[in-house]
Design a protein around this ligand. Structure first.
Ligand SMILES: *[C@@H]1O[C@H](CO)[C@@H](O)[C@H](O)[C@H]1NC(C)=O
Ligand SMILES: *[C@@H]1O[C@H](CO)[C@@H](O)[C@H](O)[C@H]1NC(C)=O
Ligand SMILES: *[C@@H]1O[C@H](CO)[C@@H](O)[C@H](O)[C@H]1NC(C)=O
Ligand SMILES: *[C@@H]1O[C@H](CO)[C@@H](O)[C@H](O)[C@H]1NC(C)=O
Ligand SMILES: *[C@@H]1O[C@H](CO)[C@@H](O)[C@H](O)[C@H]1NC(C)=O
Ligand SMILES: *[C@@H]1O[C@H](CO)[C@@H](O)[C@H](O)[C@H]1NC(C)=O
Ligand SMILES: *[C@@H]1O[C@H](CO)[C@@H](O)[C@H](O)[C@H]1NC(C)=O
Length: 354
């Protein structure tokens, strides 16, 4: 019984090797393998992309299949809906997004993962192509802090923001840095801090300050950190304190009021003290005297006219008087004469004669 088995063993081995060799010999080289595999790890996102396989003699669509394995195991697993919540077993596109929906969180972030990919067309398949291994926390690109919110204060800026993505505190956390500068000034950086809230102190009031935020992922157990990208520049002007502002407004209005009062008072005082001089200045002005004369003349005109009218009958009276006075004088003379004549009776016939 033993010899036939021993004799059969090489045959069995040959057969098994043939059996194992035949399927790969048939399949792997029927389709070209996808190329240029890229693992995208940005914040919490995980995806694999590649260049499409093109066939010029077949119009049927090529599909792609993705598998993964942990460094601790030698078994490859399909990325299917059951295990991974995303299906990358028959993809027509050239990307497998492991975090495509809220249910799929992707691979555990501190696990060492290797991905492989092949193209399929009906019964035909390509060879498997491996992507470089990755550990999300070690390999991910860390984006800038998000939802940045600035509150300008007197001589300070209060900055609040959210982390690039959520990390379990037991595994990792973020350090944050603020790069800030007065507009036109030189850049400064804060010491690192863990809070999602920082106050930049000792700034000058009413100045424009710009800043950028950066997050750094820190893995406590492994004692490794991954620096992140800088946020876009945002600028804000520091304010002055509300009470200081009110004080300033009050001081400025009071100052203006006082200044105006002093000016008005001084003017009044000068006018009162040097009234004559002021009058003289106004009178001695070259154009004013004639105008004033005209003005003084005009209102006087009707009075003169009225006086003239009143005086004209007087003039007449004067005339008449002068005319009348003549005969009066004559009469006086006559009276005188008659008186004289009465005293002298010899004159009597002369008067009554004509
Ligand atoms: C297409 O052409 C490739 C060689 O370019 C060949 O290996 C393959 O068998 C062809 N497929 C079909 C379906 O004709
Ligand atoms: C991850 O696994 C690969 C092999 O699958 C290994 O070469 C690599 O060193 C591992 N990386 C780490 C950080 O352990
Ligand atoms: C993928 O397509 C193959 C045929 O190309 C089919 O046999 C298989 O069931 C499909 N898998 C899924 C998950 O749809
Ligand atoms: C993966 O899907 C998520 C959710 O739809 C999306 O935000 C992200 O941009 C996708 N990643 C890639 C590399 O396409
Ligand atoms: C992840 O980082 C390691 C080095 O830390 C590198 O060897 C590996 O290729 C990276 N993986 C990817 C997918 O970039
Ligand atoms: C962590 O790494 C830094 C250098 O990257 C080193 O200075 C420090 O001593 C390390 N801490 C621990 C606890 O190993
Ligand atoms: C940062 O600026 C670029 C262009 O300047 C813009 O496309 C991008 O959306 C900005 N990012 C954020 C978070 O505002």
């Amino acid at each position: 019984m033993r010899p036939p088995l021993l004799l059969l063993l090489p045959l069995l081995l040959l057969l098994s090797s043939c059996g194992a060799a035949t399927p790969p010999a048939d399949t792997p080289f029927q389709l070209p393998a996808p190329r240029n595999l890229k693992v995208h790890l940005y914040n919490a996102q995980q995806a694999l992309s590649w260049e499409p396989v093109s066939l010029n003699n077949d119009t049927r669509p090529v599909v792609y299949q993705v598998q993964y394995k942990y460094s601790t195991s030698s078994t490859w697993y399909d990325v299917n809906r059951k295990d991974s919540r995303v299906d990358c077993t028959n993809l027509t596109g050239t990307e497998c997004n492991f975090t495509a929906n809220s249910l799929s969180e992707g691979f555990p972030r501190h696990f060492n993962i290797t991905l492989r990919l092949r193209a399929k067309l009906g019964d035909l398949v390509s060879a498997w192509v491996k992507a470089p291994w990755f550990e999300h926390y070690r390999n991910a690109t860390i984006g800038p802090p998000e939802d940045i919110w600035v509150t300008p204060e007197e001589g300070s800026l209060i900055i609040s923001f959210s982390s690039p993505f959520d990390v379990p505190a037991s595994v990792a956390f973020f350090w944050y840095y603020v790069y800030y500068w007065e507009k036109g000034g030189s850049k400064q950086v804060t010491h690192r801090f863990r809070s999602n809230f920082i106050t930049l102190n000792d700034l000058k009031p009413l100045r424009v300050y710009c800043f950028q935020l950066k997050a750094e992922l820190f893995l406590a157990k492994e004692n490794i950190s991954r620096p992140g990208h800088l946020s876009n520049i945002s600028c804000s002007e520091t304010t002055v304190d509300a009470s200081t502002k009110l004080q300033q407004v009050i001081l400025i209005s009071m100052g203006t009021f006082l200044l105006l009062s002093v000016l008005v008072g001084a003017c009044l005082f000068l006018v009162l003290k040097y009234r004559g001089l002021v009058k003289y200045w106004f009178h001695s002005a070259p154009s004013i005297p004639s105008q004033i004369e005209e003005y003084l003349k005009d209102p006087a005109q009707p009075i003169l006219d009225a006086l003239d009218k009143d005086s004209s009958p007087k003039d007449d009276a004067w005339d008449s008087v002068s005319i009348v006075s003549f005969p009066e004088n004559k009469q006086e003379d006559i009276l005188q004469n008659t008186l004289n004549q009465s005293t002298d009776p010899s004159h009597q016939p002369v008067e009554g004669g004509p």
